[in-house]
Design a protein around this ligand. Structure first.
Ligand SMILES: Cc1ncc(C[n+]2csc(CCOP(=O)(O)OP(=O)(O)O)c2C)c(N)n1
Length: 665
């Protein structure tokens, strides 16, 4: 009989003998490996926290007690133990379980996450809510050593130490962020469990634990002993002690004989406590232990070999971007690259290989990465900050205050722009056009294909101020590449085809879809112009105005949030140029958080495929029956005829569009 199958919630765990826990952990690992090999996911981190998760749920009274998982990429075992085992095979798929914690998914998920470093602050908020509301429950935050390098974590610890409330922070230390953890804090943590020192600490911890009766020991006495232990033998806890935490550890996070009694005791301690737990990424699956970096967040793989189930047919946009950077860095000594703990994901490993001294991994510190780049640029360097669109959100003020106000030549390689698929809501790069285009001095570009991408990288690096190039997750299109990247004229789009019925103005990956839609429209006898905007800012106002004046309606397309994005920019530009009364439609992502799912499926759902654009144009054209109407009179009073002869005003047209938004076409 499977132990895991008998668990429908944490209370079942409490009925189980602790001797059965190792076997249960084996089953949990088996389940995780089996599902992740099918659907991809954060394998290595999850395999590392199985015992810790079992121990926490066995000792806490969840969901009354709260566990906050920082980043929450390591919450698979937590999901399996909290009533989601039967749906676990749907992990990360459209309509399935999220790969992260989601309050809307389970009462056991106390806080939504996906970005690193939020755990301590959120947990502290819950602690204060408990105090304010006169409640009585425990709050435990599990945070990785990687997330310890996030400024936000340190801000949370700093505040917690000052507040002096009862809160337990479990530092899950596997020495890895995605790749090897970096920086001074990581080095500090490493010193705590290497070689002889760790062995001695482990032994003394064991003696300490042996001396504590499991039940009935007055809390103060245990606290005192714990304090003695911490002060007496664990100098390395000093950083946390100075921040106002009681430090306990390090302990072996895979050994229930250490985990259970220690956790049981630290959960009784008063005040902020930090338990330092050592775990191994990938434990239980040999390929993941050997290559925890690849298995941090892997695609589907062949279980027997650990090889990817599918090989990409062409290089990714990421690879093309970095190849170009490497090429340009060979010619310009001032080019340096910066990553915030995402060397692999951003492809900068290739840059590091050739220029190890010109690559900076700053840890999970996007804000610092941007200001650091500002400092480099102020002294004449040409820094390139490569960060995923979603993570760059965190550095908005640094972009504005530390780069743009000074017009510093920092290049932003914004990877994973648009829909990113299975990581879902917290990871889609939906907001970048909107959060960048209103920043003075900022140039914002997005390539239609990989050839244009290489030109845009070069354009950024020859521009005198801040410039961003935003590209998609996934495989490039396979277009012919120019032998060398060239500098594009700033603010110039290209007219890919001319037409008189409709202008489709697209940017980024949507451009080729717009071209396909135009070909289909042509078969219906509709003449469609297609503009590749290239620049979200500055827009090619001249080209837009010119094209807009010779068509009956205009549709913009972007794989980004519609509100405040590229389409909005086009409409503002047309209005500034006095092109009023032209029926328009803005295709893009709606005003809600986009769910997880394959890119193609989501593109289809949100009308961003060739078919979606075709349908969008047809719907608009249907409303614009008379070519003359679109060109004359004041926008709001002018009557329009639909194909069916129904009368519309442009104001009612706008209401129709808005209704479409709410329903989520
Ligand atoms: C703000 C932010 N930057 C980057 C990432 C990408 N990322 C996901 S997990 C991770 C490493 C986390 O390491 P750690 O906190 O030690 O947790 P582990 O996965 O080892 O359990 C990184 C950098 C992120 N999720 N959020």
């Amino acid at each position: 009989m499977s132990l895991l199958k008998s668990i429908h919630g944490p209370s079942d765990l409490k009925r189980m003998s602790t001797e059965q826990f190792p076997e249960l952990c084996q089953e949990i690992r088996e389940q995780i490996i089996s599902v992740v090999s099918n659907v991809g996911g954060h394998l290595a981190s999850n395999l590392g926290v199985v015992e810790l998760t079992v121990a926490l749920h066995a000792l806490l009274d969840t969901p009354k007690d709260k566990i906050v998982w920082d980043t929450s990429n390591q919450a698979y075992a937590h999901k399996l133990l909290t009533g989601r085992r039967e749906r676990f095979h749907t992990l990360r798929q459209f309509g399935g379980l999220s790969g992260f914690c989601k309050r809307e998914e389970s009462v056991y998920d106390t806080f939504n996450a996906g970005h690193a470093g939020t755990g301590v602050s959120a947990a502290l908020g819950m602690v204060e809510a408990r105090e304010q509301l006169g409640q009585n429950h425990k709050v435990v935050c599990v945070v990785g050593d990687g997330a310890m390098t996030a400024g936000l974590t340190l801000e949370g610890l700093h505040h917690a130490g000052g507040l002096d409330r009862d809160v337990l922070v479990v530092l899950n230390d596997n020495q890895m962020s995605i790749s090897k953890n970096v920086g001074a804090i990581s080095a500090y943590l490493n010193r705590t469990f290497t070689g002889e020192f760790y062995t001695r600490v482990k032994e003394e911890t064991r003696q300490f634990l042996g001396a504590i009766p499991r039940i009935g020991q007055p809390i103060t006495k245990i606290a005192h002993r714990a304090e003695e232990l911490a002060k007496g033998i664990i100098l390395q806890g000093l950083l946390f002690e100075e921040l106002g935490f009681r430090y306990v550890g390090p302990i072996d996070g895979h050994n229930f004989e250490h985990l259970l009694p220690t956790l049981e005791n630290v959960l009784k301690l008063r005040g902020p406590t930090l338990l330092h737990v050592i775990t191994k990424k990938g434990l239980g699956y040999q390929p993941a232990m050997e290559n925890p970096v690849w298995f941090h967040a892997c695609p589907a793989f062949v279980r027997e070999t650990g090889e990817p189930a599918k090989k990409a047919p062409r290089p990714s946009y990421t690879a093309i971007a970095v190849n170009t950077l490497v090429k340009l860095a060979r010619q310009d000594r001032r080019i340096v690259a910066i990553t915030a703990a995402m060397c692999e994901g951003t492809g900068l490993t290739a840059f590091e290989k050739e220029f190890p001294d010109r690559l900076y991994d700053v840890g999970i510190a996007e804000q610092h990465a941007v200001t650091f780049a500002g400092g480099l640029a102020a002294q004449g360097m040409r820094p390139v900050v490569a960060i995923y669109s979603t993570f760059l959100q965190r550095a908005f003020d640094q972009i504005v205050h530390d780069v743009a106000t000074q017009n510093l030549p920092v290049t932003f390689c914004i990877d994973r722009g648009g829909l990113v698929a299975e990581d879902g809501t917290t990871h889609h790069g939906a907001f970048d056009y909107a959060y960048l285009r209103h920043v003075p001095n900022m140039v914002v570009m997005a390539p239609k294909d990989e050839n244009e991408l290489q030109h845009m990288i070069k354009t950024c690096l020859t521009y005198h101020g801040p410039a961003t190039v935003r590209y998609s997750r996934g495989t490039s299109l396979g277009v012919e590449m120019a032998p060398e990247p060239v500098t594009l004229p700033i603010g110039k789009g290209e007219l890919l085809r001319d037409g008189t019925d409709v202008a489709i103005v697209a940017v980024g990956v949507t451009v080729w879809q717009a071209m396909k839609a135009a070909e289909r429209l042509e078969q219906d006898g509709i003449s469609a112009a297609v503009v590749n905007a290239r620049f979200v800012k500055p827009l090619d106002a001249g080209l837009l105005g010119e094209v807009a004046r010779r068509v009956r309606c205009l549709v913009t397309v972007e794989e980004a949030a519609r509100m405040g994005g590229f389409g909005s920019a086009v409409l503002e530009s047309l209005s500034d140029q006095g092109v009023t009364g032209l029926p328009t439609k803005v295709l893009g992502l709606p005003d809600w958080f986009i769910e997880q799912g394959p890119q193609d499926l989501l593109r289809e759902k949100y009308g961003l495929t060739a078919e979606g654009i075709y349908q969008g144009v047809k719907a608009l054209l249907e409303k614009v029956s008379s070519p003359a109407v679109a060109r004359e009179g004041s926008a709001d009073q002018r009557p329009l005829r639909t194909g069916q002869g129904k009368r519309f005003s442009l104001a009612s047209l706008a209401r129709e569009e808005h209704k479409g938004d709410e329903q989520g076409s």
